[in-house]
Design a protein around this ligand. Structure first.
Ligand code: HEM
Length: 399
């Protein structure tokens, strides 16, 4: 139960963070499986380990619900304040992800259904300035260049701190968002909140709100590729070993216009069929797209202007993890929908892996007729907390 006698001040919370030897974390996959097997009858009781080399929520299979919260540090917030925030969030996350109420949790019952909860923290470029650590900022951590396709709304753009909170139940996500947000409200203000959802079918690729199978070509967790393309190796910034980066783009879909085109036109736009996600010329979702294939008239089977032809990596160093969510918010007056994709990409280096692909799509992509980026933010995702006694970002502040 929550200890309601515990004074809920920043300082008292920070004291909780005192020493303690770091212990190696166990693999997310193995531990999740154990917890899942134990709770086969009630997935609401599943837990995902919090401690480890990496933060959870990157190589974790995306849960059905995720909320992304972008915070701005209030003016005057300094290094000690930031360490305080991270200490509180570490303590909250270590408890909530394991199905335990946070300290002074006003709804402790809600914490008892962790539903695979993961809480992932990211730092925006401004945090390094506020913390007085400009030299520790990765060179690729800067706002993306302006693209001609962009119509960015400041209400969804940039932020000093990110929380990505994912779980299989929306109630769990809402509770965790509330606990973590209110615990630090004296030091930060909420810049934006973006809520997303995905299909519940475990192990299957999700569908986006255009009806497409979305996420087929991706980087499988716990592989050499994932280690080399997603997790940082500490070569440029030693403190970042085991961390990664996240690009979050809010991309609006014009579903009313998309509704007007038939299945064939949709397939030509994407380069894959909506029905089963197979590439044109192929028969099943995971068939390798053949970008060289031509029909009897010499016309490419997968149009070079299609989304997958334009997005396909030109070399291995242009690959990244995609971990997006659908959004479907209340429309503005006079509109009938406000839907789109919370496009999420994770990679070691935004400039070399993500940017060339985004630039190519901004130059031309048949899908652009129906999609518009309206929000954009970039974060470094610090490594995990190795064991009890540490706090998120300690590698940065104590290196
Ligand atoms: C609303 C916007 C978008 C939609 C609806 C969308 C949808 C899709 C779909 C359905 C696929 C094919 C299945 C798959 O492999 O996942 C795909 C592939 C892909 N998309 Fe997007 N996408 C969007 C934006 C973006 C953006 C902004 C980027 C990167 C800057 C991107 C990069 C990719 C990549 C790299 C692939 C795999 C291409 C390949 O190698 O075959 N997408 N996308």
């Amino acid at each position: 139960m929550a200890d309601r006698t515990q004074p809920h001040s920043r300082l008292s919370r920070r004291r909780l963070l005192g020493g303690g030897a770091a212990v190696a974390g166990i693999g997310w996959g193995a531990a999740t499986l154990t917890s899942h097997e134990q709770n086969r009858s009630d997935p609401g009781l599943d837990t995902t380990p919090f401690h480890g080399t990496h933060q959870a929520g990157i190589d974790t299979e995306p849960q059905e619900y995720a909320t992304f919260v972008g915070f701005d540090l209030k003016p005057g917030t300094d290094r000690e304040d930031i360490i305080g925030i991270l200490g509180i969030w570490t303590d909250d996350a270590a408890r909530l992800t394991q199905g335990e109420p946070a300290l002074a949790d006003t709804e402790p019952e809600l914490a008892r259904r962790p539903a695979g909860l993961t809480i992932t923290v990211g730092f925006g470029p401004g945090l390094f300035t506020a913390a007085g650590l400009p030299d520790k900022r990765p060179s690729w951590l800067h706002a993306l260049p302006a693209f001609p396709i962009d119509q960015l709304d400041p209400a969804y753009t940039g932020a000093d701190l990110l929380l990505q909170i994912g779980a299989r139940e929306a109630t769990t996500v809402a509770h965790a968002v509330r606990v973590l947000s209110k615990d630090v409200r004296s030091l930060v203000s909420v810049r934006w909140v973006q809520r997303g959802f995905r299909n519940a079918s475990k192990g299957r690729t999700m569908r986006n709100l255009m009806g497409q199978v979305d996420g087929t070509v991706n980087i499988a967790p716990h592989t050499v590729d994932f280690d080399q393309l997603v997790w940082d190796d500490g070569a440029a910034q030693p403190w970042l070993a085991g961390g990664t980066s996240m690009v979050l783009r809010r991309i609006a879909m014009r579903l009313d216009a998309w509704d007007e085109i038939d299945a064939e036109a949709r397939a030509i736009t994407l380069g894959r069929r909506d029905s089963d996600g197979a590439p044109l010329g192929g028969t099943a979702e995971f068939d390798e797209p053949d970008f060289q294939a031509v029909d009897q008239y010499g016309i490419p089977v997968i149009p070079p202007s299609s989304h997958i032809a334009r997005a396909h990596h030109r070399h291995d160093g242009e690959r990244f993890l995609r971990r997006g969510y659908n959004y479907d918010d209340p429309p503005a007056p006079g509109q009938i929908s406000d839907s789109g994709l919370l496009f999420v990409a994770c990679q070691r280096d935004i400039d070399t892996q993500f940017l060339p692909v985004q630039q190519r799509l901004a130059e031309f992509d048949a899908l652009n007729i129906w999609t518009t980026p309206i929000g954009s933010a970039v974060f470094v995702i610090p490594p995990g907390v190795p064991g009890p006694g540490g706090y998120l970002g300690r590698q940065l502040f104590e290196s």
